[in-house]
Design a protein around this ligand. Structure first.
Ligand SMILES: [Zn+2]
Length: 546
């Protein structure tokens, strides 16, 4: 059958940064068919079936992609119930929890994203939320996903009435009288309470994922590099796509985990999994961990932190990690390694140096391997990213929102002045020629790309524009921040010939913002309306004002 010559979508009066006056863009078969003068574009491609949208001068961008996100596990496990991540006081938390108690359908108050800093110097305790709960059991996750605040009734139901011993690092925090405060640390302790929360039905689970993806699309995201693939992720994604062309609002590239315990068989299994795909999702790499977190004392640092912690690799034998990465690389598989501490980042770079990263590849697959997070980086390691063609995948809001410019926070205190000064060196990496891909790590931080790009340009938290900047020399330019959501995620995926730019033959994944992010001040970028989100040529989100 000859391909249709009709465009399904034509966007007119589009402002494309750097290409001069208003233009039209035609989309056919999910790809960009033509760009140019409105008359010329519409003449050959428009008929009665074509949807024409007048952008009225709004800015048309390549679809924004978050390079580190957990939409499925986030929606299913970590982000159940009410989102508290925007609360700036315990009073706001109580207001939202009271509303959740009124509207609960399963007898529990569930919430997530609680910032422990809201407690100030007071201990984290359920006493602060109890007045809002109306006697109901509550399970409130803290923002990092590694702790829970359980209400009094929830502790009763779980039979938690004092300290407990655990095989892992978990603990039940208790007050001076030995009574649990409701603050439960790490997975085993959290599970004591969560196992009593009624599990959502399959329909509710699917609805949660749908809601999360729709929320992302409404902020202009068209894609995400998903840094996990757990449990029945594939089945859930398949179910969402069944009978619904837009069942996935975003294009998702999944990176299932390789755990050190899985050995060579695990590596082979992940190699076989590559390329497994639905319509808008595919397995596109492997996620590994070289360390944990600075806050948890589990990062891998050259020298211990102020508590004598963060000295070890996550792999019992770091050489095993190197072997696994090289085996994956030899099979042509992209690797994405969580590396936060300086020793961890160095070890991953060393492992990749011997993996032929980039050397074998044509230009499009040159940037095949990536390092996630890179929270503290000695200056001498900066040039190695560009030299070895290793993508730097970073989350600027983890710096601006979860550490303090004056270094009084836990992360900075643990590292000490000189290493904290080397926190999240985004600008140095971008200027060095490295591919810098940006993201949020949602649900660890909010996913709105306008917020992440803005904070990357100011090195300040979006909620507190008067705050002192974190290492102001690391601010990104407007272009670098936008590239972090457009061309650079495409390069990281080896897709720079089909994605990340607006050009004929490229995928019609498009984001329309009211203002041009290249000329809009960072403070205004935060609130610039998202006019349209297009994935695969289909309108996923549309501002009623358009
Ligand atoms: Zn993550």
């Amino acid at each position: 059958m000859p391909q249709s010559t009709t465009a399904e979508l034509i966007l007119v009066n589009a402002h494309l940064p750097e290409t001069g006056p208003l233009q039209a863009v035609a989309v056919r078969g999910g790809t960009i068919a033509a760009i140019g003068d409105t008359d010329a574009v519409t003449a050959g491609l428009r008929d009665a079936r074509t949807e024409v949208v007048d952008l009225a001068g709004a800015t048309l961008l390549p679809g924004l992609t978050d390079s580190h996100i957990h939409p499925v596990i986030g929606a299913v496990e970590l982000a159940a119930g009410t989102d508290l991540s925007r609360c700036r006081s315990l009073e706001e938390v109580r207001t939202l929890l009271a509303e959740a108690a009124r509207t609960s359908t399963n007898g529990w108050v569930e919430a997530w994203g609680l910032d422990p800093n809201l407690f100030g110097s007071e201990p984290i305790s359920h006493a602060a939320i109890e007045p809002a709960l109306n006697g109901m059991p509550a399970a409130v996750r803290l923002f990092d996903g590694h702790a829970l605040l359980a209400g009094r009734r929830a502790l009763e139901i779980a039979g938690v009435d004092g300290p407990r011993g655990f095989a892992s690092e978990s603990s039940v925090v208790c007050d001076a009288e030995g009574r649990p405060t409701g603050h439960l640390l790490e997975m085993e302790a959290i599970a004591l309470v969560l196992q009593h929360v009624p599990a959502p039905s399959r329909q509710q689970t699917l609805a949660r994922i749908r809601l999360a993806l729709a929320g992302m699309a409404a902020t202009g995201l068209t894609g995400g590099h998903v840094m996990d693939a757990h449990g029945d992720s594939f089945a859930l994604l398949d179910e969402l796509e069944q009978g619904d062309a837009d069942g996935l609002a975003l294009r998702l590239a999944l990176h299932p985990w390789l755990d050190p315990s899985e050995g060579a068989d695990g590596v082979d299994g992940l190699i076989r999994l590559q390329g497994r795909a639905g319509r808008r999702w595919s397995v596109a790499g492997v996620k590994l961990f070289i360390d944990g977190t600075v806050d948890g004392g589990t990062a891998w640092l050259d020298a211990p932190d102020c508590h004598g912690e963060s000295t070890r690799c996550y792999w019992p034998d770091p050489a095993e990690f190197t072997r696994a990465v090289r085996r994956l690389a030899a099979a042509g598989v992209s690797t994405a390694t969580h590396a936060i501490g300086d020793a961890g980042v160095r070890h991953v770079l060393d492992a990749l140096a011997g993996a032929g990263a980039g050397a074998d590849a044509g230009a499009d697959r040159a940037w095949r391997h990536r390092i996630e997070h890179i929270e503290t980086l000695p200056a001498e390691l900066v040039p190695r990213f560009a030299a070895q063609r290793v993508v730097a995948s970073m989350q600027p809001t983890h710096c601006t929102d979860y550490t303090k410019a004056d270094h009084s926070d836990n992360w900075s205190t643990r590292l000490g002045q000189s290493r904290a000064d080397r926190g999240w060196p985004c600008r140095e990496l971008a200027d060095s020629g490295a591919v810098l891909a940006l993201g949020s790590d949602w649900p660890i931080a909010p996913y709105d790309p306008r917020v992440v790009m803005s904070s990357a340009r100011t090195r300040r938290p979006a909620a507190d524009p008067q705050a002192a900047a974190h290492h102001p020399r690391q601010v990104l330019t407007a272009r670098q921040a936008l590239d972090g959501y457009t061309v650079n995620p495409a390069r990281a995926r080896g897709e720079s010939a089909v994605a990340g730019r607006i050009a004929p033959g490229f995928r019609a994944d498009l984001t329309v913002l009211a203002d041009d992010p290249l000329t809009t001040p960072p403070a205004d970028l935060l609130t610039t309306p998202v006019r349209l989100t297009v994935v695969d040529g289909r309108i996923i989100h549309r501002d009623p004002a358009l």
